[in-house]
Design a protein around this ligand. Structure first.
Ligand SMILES: Cc1cc2nc3c(=O)[nH]c(=O)nc-3n(C[C@H](O)[C@H](O)[C@H](O)COP(=O)(O)OP(=O)(O)OC[C@H]3O[C@@H](n4cnc5c(N)ncnc54)[C@H](O)[C@@H]3O)c2cc1C
Length: 406
């Protein structure tokens, strides 16, 4: 059989495009290597699936790093509100948490996947499982798709929705990049993103589980600041994590310096001035008592004091200028050196992928081959945590289908 469109990959991007095409009575086939759809979607949000974010759509644009311009058209063509309506109409009510993360009311990712599959069924979308696409070729405007399992399919259009390469055991193992490269596309080097930072000798193990709210983080390479962010930081038994680290991890490489201001928004200079005046007036008070109003975890303060060789029970009057400056430094300019980033096996998304310059953001069509489309994480698009990645997958799937049904 010859299809109007073949979609490679039954993740959120592929399924969303498929159901939208199905609604327009196009003959659509989805080829999926696994024996079931959406395995990554099922584990997303710890199995609860944070499928979008309820904040204003304009604010979404701050959540895709340098690629916001590319995803803007897709996000505006199918917004977070559209996503919420879609699932509600499909019988999956949602719940918006105070942080604006949106989950199915049941808190079950199966319900989100179930709605996508039901919508595909309603549009007569065919899904063939257990087919790993190995090769895509074009001749005379017709696409031929060959699978590892020895099957061959034909279509007028092909949509590559194969995802990134994190959690490869769930199906997205980077094969999509090879397919794209074989079709003349440039691949921006993939790297793990939305992951943690690890230290070979993790001296923070003793305070693992401790978290600090709203720190300011900057990432430095060869003396240059390359990124800054704010958010909560968590010490773990392997290193450091928490939203501020996870959302900034795409900017980091081993060897980079991370500088943390635990007292943000107060600066080094402000705290230095404050401390020099206050310490002088609190002669007999112990350093640990003096630092209490900072509302930092006590164990962190103890660790920082230990690192600069200051006994936390020292009376303030006995803290000399050098130690005082070291203390201010530790609190406002604390540095870590990145040993390692959590690898693809724990990274939630992959940064890098199909070069955005080679894909039209108003249609998702390849600029190299007519009839070829890329959607979802296979592209060089990655968002922060909070439902932005799945929303981007839906929006790109929708936009691509809209163009294909014109
Ligand atoms: C632990 C974890 C938690 C997450 N939580 C969230 C969250 O709460 N909210 C959020 O927004 N994002 C979350 N994400 C990210 C989100 O799941 C992904 O960004 C999203 O699934 C990407 O969708 P996709 O359709 O582009 O790719 P995928 O979901 O990766 O789907 C790609 C599909 O293509 C198939 N495939 C690949 N290669 C081939 C081939 N050659 N032939 C046939 N089939 C192929 C794969 O088997 C897979 O089914 C999470 C990710 C992880 C790992």
């Amino acid at each position: 059989m010859h299809y109007h469109t073949i979609i490679v990959g039954a993740g959120p991007a592929g399924l969303f495009a498929a159901q939208a095409l199905g609604q327009h009575r196009k003959s659509v086939l989805v080829l999926e290597r696994n024996h079931r759809a959406g395995r990554k979607l099922l584990i997303s949000g710890a199995g609860q699936c944070n499928f979008t974010h309820a904040g204003p759509i304009e604010e979404f644009l701050d959540c895709y790093h340098d690629q916001a311009k590319f995803v803007k058209k897709a996000l505006l063509s199918f917004t977070n509100k559209d996503t919420m309506h879609f699932f509600e109409n499909m019988g999956v009510p949602y719940h918006v948490f105070p942080n604006n993360k949106v989950f199915p009311k049941s808190m079950k990712s199966e319900d989100v996947l179930g709605a996508l599959l039901k919508a595909c069924q309603m549009g007569n979308v065919q899904i063939e499982y257990g087919q790993t696409v190995l090769q895509i070729s074009i001749y005379d405007g017709v696409y031929t798709i060959e699978t590892e399992e020895g099957k061959r399919y034909f279509s007028d259009h092909v949509v590559i929705a194969t995802g990134g390469k994190s959690y490869a055991q769930l199906g997205s193992d980077g094969k999509g990049y090879e397919l794209a490269a074989s079709l003349d596309h440039t691949i921006i080097e993939p790297r793990p993103a939305l992951t943690d930072v690890r230290f070979k000798n993790n001296i923070y193990k003793v305070i693992s589980g401790v978290s600090v709210q709203d720190v300011a983080l900057s990432v430095w390479r060869e003396g240059k600041k390359i990124h800054e962010n704010r958010g909560d930081l968590l010490f773990t038994h392997k290193g450091i994590s928490g939203p501020v680290i996870i959302n900034s991890s795409r900017w980091m490489k081993p060897g980079d310096t991370l500088m943390v201001n635990y007292l943000h928004p107060r600066t080094y200079e402000e705290v230095k001035r404050e401390f020099s005046e206050a310490l002088a007036h609190r002669g007999k008070e112990e350093v640990i008592t003096f630092l209490k109003p900072l509302q930092l975890p006590k164990t962190l303060i103890q660790l920082l004091c230990e690192q600069i060789g200051l006994d936390e029970h020292t009376p303030c009057a006995q803290v000399n200028k050098k130690t005082r400056e070291e203390l201010v430094n530790a609190l406002t300019r604390y540095t870590f050196t990145v040993d390692q980033l959590g690898g693809y096996h724990i990274a939630m998304v992959t940064a890098g992928g199909v070069h955005l310059k080679e894909v039209n953001p108003t249609t998702m069509e390849s600029r190299k081959h007519k009839g070829l489309y890329f959607i979802g994480e296979v592209l060089d698009v990655d968002g922060i945590t909070g439902g932005y990645n799945i929303q981007a997958a839906f929006s790109m799937g929708y936009l691509c289908a809209k163009h294909l049904t014109k």
